[in-house]
Design a protein. Structure first.
Length: 406
């Protein structure tokens, strides 16, 4: 192993340091993933930037933008590659399908399975497959199979028993049938899924005819193109400053909600407190998606908070509920004189039904606090739309699957 010492940092020393950091922050937990990370020369998969940027950048590196300037392809962040690979539990000899190709993750997968020919990576974009093919070959992984295809569709020539692991590395808003059809009976599907305005990379296994999650990772990805592309719907409540993100075609009357938002507000504080380092809010956000509908996210700029248009909300958005004429969202306030800092969750509501809606959301938060706060991550189950087995209650309906969250 290369030693980290004095002198100019080489890609090898930078990589050793990166792996040590990933281990220290808990992104790498297994010796197998650690060993793969030490072997794969990550910098060769991002020749557009320096080795320092590759190994020291906490986030991904964008490599292609669409004509509107939105990123459509990237080499994902090291911590995200690591957490997804840990969640995938890849073992030697497994057949693996990666959807979305950058080259780097496919090389890591090749190290984990121990045979490059067992790894297939597909990308919808011919520029990206050409780039991945070239970089994989240059880095010594030329036997990885790189295919240009819409990953939402069944692949040509899948292994007869299916793929042991399918790892989707692009933001999906559905679980196309092709993925479950191509997944081996004991397979694991790892996929960044968007639902109700949230993005979570979810590891699923099969359970009695449906999929069941066992890992949720907070993550953001470039959006899927092709058959499974989606267009999120946003209702502007105050120009660009305050928006309600409405997913999955949920009903939302833009005019009535905008009018409600300009009217009086009602506040209710829940008594439910969070510590700054507790990761309770991400768990609550997902849990609420299975407990109440319609449900989405209120996003506001800092300027909107500063002008008092909204309560104190996080920049990535806060849970929101609404009905025909009213809406309510969660906000935070600092609990005085606590070290470390603690925050209380509250509800701010607008519209003629504001008190009722605020009580509804407050009750849900308190129920979470009593029943689910300390129960680990919520469990997401995905049932194919043609199944009859779907339990009653709040569901999140996608084109191919119906999700329950408990
Ligand atoms: C975040 S990048 C992949 C990162 C990569 N796996 C790595 O090693 O870091 C996402 C990729 O998904 C691709 N993509 C988007 N929609 C797709 C689809 N329907 N099928 C296959 N690939 C798709 C994009 O072209 C983009 O290159």
């Amino acid at each position: 192993m290369t030693e980290v010492g004095a002198g100019a940092a080489t890609p090898d020393t930078l990589r050793v340091q990166m792996v040590a950091d990933l281990r220290a922050r808990g992104a790498i937990t297994s010796p197998e993933v650690e060993s793969a990370f030490l072997k794969v020369p990550r910098h060769l998969f991002a020749p557009e930037v320096t080795a320092e940027e590759v190994y020291q950048a906490p986030e991904g590196i964008f490599i292609k933008y669409n004509p509107q300037g939105r990123p459509v392809s990237s080499v994902s962040a090291p911590w995200l590659h690591a957490q997804m690979l840990e969640a995938a539990q890849v073992e030697p000899g497994m057949a693996v399908l990666e959807i979305g190709s950058g080259g780097c993750n496919a090389a890591l997968l090749a190290e984990l399975v121990g045979d490059q020919t067992l790894v297939t990576t597909v990308d919808i974009d011919p520029d990206i497959t050409a780039r991945a093919r070239k970089l994989l070959a240059e880095a010594g992984y030329g036997q990885v199979r790189v295919e240009e295809a819409d990953g939402a569709r069944p692949l040509r020539d899948p292994p007869p028993h299916g793929f042991d692991r399918i790892i989707v590395t692009v933001g999906a808003s559905d679980l196309p049938t092709a993925w479950t059809d191509q997944l081996a009976p004991n397979g694991r599907l790892v996929v960044p899924l968007r639902f109700r305005g949230l993005s979570r990379t979810i590891a699923f296994t099969r359970e009695q005819g449906h999929l069941r999650s066992d890992t949720l990772i907070i993550s953001g990805f470039v959006a899927m193109q092709g058959d499974s592309a989606y267009a999120p719907r946003t209702v502007r409540l105050a120009g660009q400053d305050v928006r309600l993100v409405v997913d999955e075609g949920q009903p939302a009357e833009a005019e009535a909600l905008t009018e409600a938002f300009t009217g009086p507000r009602h506040e209710e504080w829940t008594g439910v407190e969070l510590g700054g380092s507790e990761r309770i809010l991400p768990r609550l956000e997902v849990w609420l998606a299975g407990a109440t509908a319609p449900y989405g996210r209120l996003r506001a700029t800092q300027a909107a908070t500063d002008r008092g248009l909204v309560g104190w909300v996080l920049s990535r958005g806060m849970p929101a509920v609404w009905n025909r004429h009213s809406l309510a969202y969660l906000a935070l306030r600092r609990v005085a004189q606590t070290t470390p800092e603690r925050y209380e969750l509250g509800v701010i509501a607008h519209g003629p039904g504001r008190e009722h809606l605020a009580a509804h959301l407050t009750d849900a938060v308190r129920r979470f606090d009593r029943e689910a706060r300390n129960a680990g991550d919520p469990v997401v189950r995905a049932y194919h739309r043609h199944d009859h087995e779907v339990p009653a209650g709040v569901t999140v309906d996608k084109p191919s699957v119906r999700l329950t969250i408990t």
